[in-house]
Ligand binder design. Structure first.
Ligand code: UDP
Length: 387
């Protein structure tokens, strides 16, 4: 009989959260086995080189943060370029700069000064009588007025979330800057860039010297798991090898972990239609949003522009937002009141689960950007091992 290989942690999910945890655990002398159901590491930040271009397979990822510690941390694993995200929005035959700034307002109303823009917006807001915005629609209207809302927010948001703007939380729109200067930088953060050579290398470096199994399903493994009197689990991997571990870091969907016993949480998913085109430059920008309801996709990403690529060909992805259902990849938690309340039930269950830690966008059911996910992973490390 062969002895089961012994680990301190089973890390479920080889994305940014799981890999950060495993990397920090290893530094502290703990052994992790990292498993992922996909056939590759890096979760949704996975990038793959095609035609010399790093393709963001699961959608555009732009690293941005105001936290110097987080910026320094991620820079250990890759060198970042000076990419600044400046998407443009297409509405019918009109084209606007994002986020909402003087370039947008100038184009919308043929005005020049901040005072003129402010007057135009104030005039539109005055007609609304919204004192305390209760949902995304009221928030957007009372921030930007009717024109910006109708042309640049309403259609895009309803496609992205598959819900009426009245049924969405206001915070989603507060992510975007709104400013009265001519500045198309999508983020307000101090630090921003794309890792030269893609994101996968970051996770590869984090996982160096750590046992990783891809195409390994946690739920199949769990069926074989037996807990002994000391609290150690022994389970069987898909190739029959036995492993044992004391604790689990779980970065999958928290509701699924508990067999959705309180009912399923909602997620949004994205379907990509990716094409290689025999031309150098298709749209002149990495990100072009299509804000009208009638265009079925939300945006087109032209991957080469994240790294200022000069390859002879180009690769574009059209993004179609869909409701998540079992069997497809979840991308975004839908953090409305109903789901948040349901999540709280699962979170209480999770807290009672002594030997399992839940992390990441899916495990903590939070619309984390990469910097927040990384910060949450480091918090989790501190909690687990002490500072
Ligand atoms: N949004 C919008 N119009 C746009 C881009 C974004 O109304 O052209 C809104 C929309 O509600 C979206 C939110 O802003 O869900 C956040 O956008 P962000 O670009 O941060 O989304 P992500 O990149 O995370 O998908």
């Amino acid at each position: 009989m062969t002895m089961a290989k012994k680990y301190d942690y089973l890390v479920v999910g080889a994305g940014l959260f799981g890999a950060t945890f495993a990397y920090e655990a290893k530094k502290r002398g703990r052994d992790c086995l990292v498993i992922d159901k996909r056939n590759h590491i890096a979760g949704n930040i996975y990038t793959k080189e095609e035609e010399g271009i790093n393709v963001h397979i699961y959608g555009a990822h732009i690293f941005h943060t105001s936290n110097r510690e987080i910026w320094d941390y991620i820079n250990q694993f890759a060198e970042f370029n000076n990419y600044i995200n400046s998407p443009v929005a297409v509405y019918k035959d009109e084209l606007y700069n994002l986020p909402f700034n003087m370039n947008t307002f100038s184009k919308m109303w043929n005005i020049k000064t901040p005072a003129e823009a402010r007057a135009k917006i104030d005039e539109q807001i005055a007609q609304l009588n919204i004192t305390d915005p209760k949902n995304l629609e009221e928030q957007a209207l009372s921030l930007a007025g009717r024109d910006v809302y109708e042309k640049l927010i309403k259609g895009y948001t309803e496609k992205q979330w598959g819900r009426d703007c009245k049924d969405l939380p206001a915070f989603i729109i507060k992510r975007l800057p709104f400013r009265f200067i001519y500045d198309n930088n999508y983020f307000n953060d101090r630090f921003q860039g794309i890792p030269m050579g893609g994101y996968t290398q970051i996770i590869e470096k984090m996982l160096e010297g750590i046992d990783v199994r891809t195409s390994e399903d946690f739920y199949d493994l769990r069926k074989t798991a037996v807990k002994d009197a000391d609290g150690t689990y022994t389970a069987r991997l898909s190739d029959g090898a036995e492993v044992s571990y004391d604790r689990i870091l779980f970065t999958g969907q928290i509701d699924e972990y508990f067999d959705s016993k309180f009912g399923p949480l909602e997620y949004r998913s994205v379907r990509f239609e990716t094409e290689t085109l025999d031309m150098e430059n298709y749209q002149g920008n990495a990100v072009v949003n299509y804000t009208e309801r009638e265009v079925p996709y939300t945006r087109i990403i032209e991957h080469k522009h994240f790294e200022f690529g000069k390859q002879p060909k180009t690769i574009i992805s059209r993004e179609y937002s869909t409701e998540w259902k079992p069997g497809i990849e979840p991308y975004y938690p839908v953090n409305n009141d109903r789901n948040n309340a349901l999540y709280e039930k699962y979170a209480r269950e999770a807290a009672a689960e002594g030997d399992v830690i839940f992390g990441g966008r899916l495990g903590q059911y939070k619309y984390y950007d990469m910097d927040k996910d990384l910060a949450a992973a480091l918090d989790c490390v501190n909690e687990e091992f002490g500072e």
